[in-house]
Design a protein around this ligand. Structure first.
Ligand code: UT7
Length: 331
């Protein structure tokens, strides 16, 4: 009997129009373009402006493009998984809002929160419904409006984040393509280094919490950096090893885009040259759940059926992981 795998059959993406450059940040905080560029690789990031514009606005645009590119009627969609750390509201799930806006009247949906590893967690979760033959069309969207939880007085944190969304369609295949393996990890003791203090059930919003600026990302950058470098490289090396892949076998590394130095450490550990590494960090910064699918969106025209792709992420939780995927179509 042939194996059913979940394969990506299309990608759609969206980034907001507003470009927040390092130069503009120089006028807001005590920083320089030179510091940001050399420490992170980021030159600019996109920001979603406007009243009542939440994460779903970007996710819907990304999915509309995906539906159009894959020639899919929204009524055919079975499931929408929205990986996000910045839902439109605490409840209901942003996936439901998205489903309504795109007209996916036969789908159910839920949000998945795994910070910067959210897209990989969502992809692996969505693939389970395909390989179990429960569903035939699953959309996984990674979307974050990080500007809504960033303190633009915290110069060590605000410089890396941006807003964006991208989505993939997962469908069943009997061909030797699709999601081959995954290695996902988490460690809740990492919460001390990266979290948002207030607004949850533990510390609900009060005037005091707002005044204390506790509704913004708290990040101990250097500590997170150390864990990210080690764990992203470890899981990437491990997934290569257990699938008998050498650097020559790999067409692309798709790393989470938090800091170019973390990406370089991961690719060096894997023995992969820069020409095989996807980068969007210079223009979009760190869009949390959005980074990995935005890379696929940006590089889609270069991807060929049969390409071996390793995707790797590290983020709040801590959460981290890597997946091994064989690309399923020529653009
Ligand atoms: O997305 C997943 C989770 N997040 C990550 O993976 C992020 C991982 N961390 C990082 O990428 C880096 O830690 C940051 C880019 C966030 C910060 O860079 P860093 O090199 O770790 O800086 P630092 O916070 O250790 O600060 C080093 C120095 C400090 O000055 P002193 O105390 O040495 O005089 C900071 O005050 O750099 C200073 N600094 C800045 N200077 C100019 C921090 N931010 C800035 C800035 N401009 N924007």
């Amino acid at each position: 009997m042939s194996t059913t795998r979940a394969v990506i059959t299309g990608v759609g993406g969206h980034v907001p129009d507003y470009v927040l450059t390092n130069k503009e940040l120089e006028s807001i905080i005590d920083t320089t373009d030179e510091w940001i560029t050399t420490r992170t690789g980021i030159k600019e990031r996109r920001i979603l402006k406007g009243k009542d514009q939440g994460t779903s606005v970007m996710a819907v645009k990304a999915i509309e493009e995906l539906l159009q590119k894959t020639n899919t009627d929204p009524a055919e969609i079975d499931l929408i998984i929205c990986s996000t750390t910045t839902p439109d509201m605490i409840f209901p799930a942003t996936a439901n809002i998205i489903g309504d806006k795109i007209g996916a009247k036969n789908a159910f949906g839920f949000d998945l929160q795994a910070a910067c590893s959210g897209f990989l967690y969502g992809l692996v979760t969505g693939a389970q419904f395909i390989t179990a033959s429960t569903y035939k069309k699953v959309i996984v969207v990674g979307a974050d409006k990080m500007s809504s939880i960033i303190d633009y007085r915290d110069r060590a944190t605000c410089i890396i984040f941006g807003d964006g969304a991208a989505a993939v369609m997962l469908e069943p295949t009997q061909e030797p393509v699709g999601l081959m393996d995954s290695y996902l990890k988490s460690d809740g003791s990492g919460v001390q280094h990266l979290h948002l203090k207030a607004g949850g059930s533990r510390r609900p919003t009060t005037i005091e919490s707002v005044m204390a600026r506790e509704h913004y990302v708290y990040q101990e950058g250097a500590a997170v950096f150390k864990y990210a470098v080690k764990h992203m490289a470890d899981v990437s090396a491990e997934i290569m090893k257990r699938n008998n892949l050498t650097a020559d076998d790999i067409a692309w590394l798709v790393p989470h885009q938090a800091n170019k130095r973390i990406i370089n450490a991961t690719s060096e550990r894997m023995g992969i040259g820069q020409e095989k590494v996807m980068y969007t960090i210079h223009k979009y910064g760190n869009t949390t759940s959005g980074t990995i699918p935005l890379c696929l969106w940006d590089y889609e025209s270069k991807l060929k059926k049969g390409d071996n792709i390793i995707m790797a992420a590290f983020g709040g939780g801590f959460t981290w992981g890597a997946t091994y995927l064989v690309w399923g179509y020529d653009s």
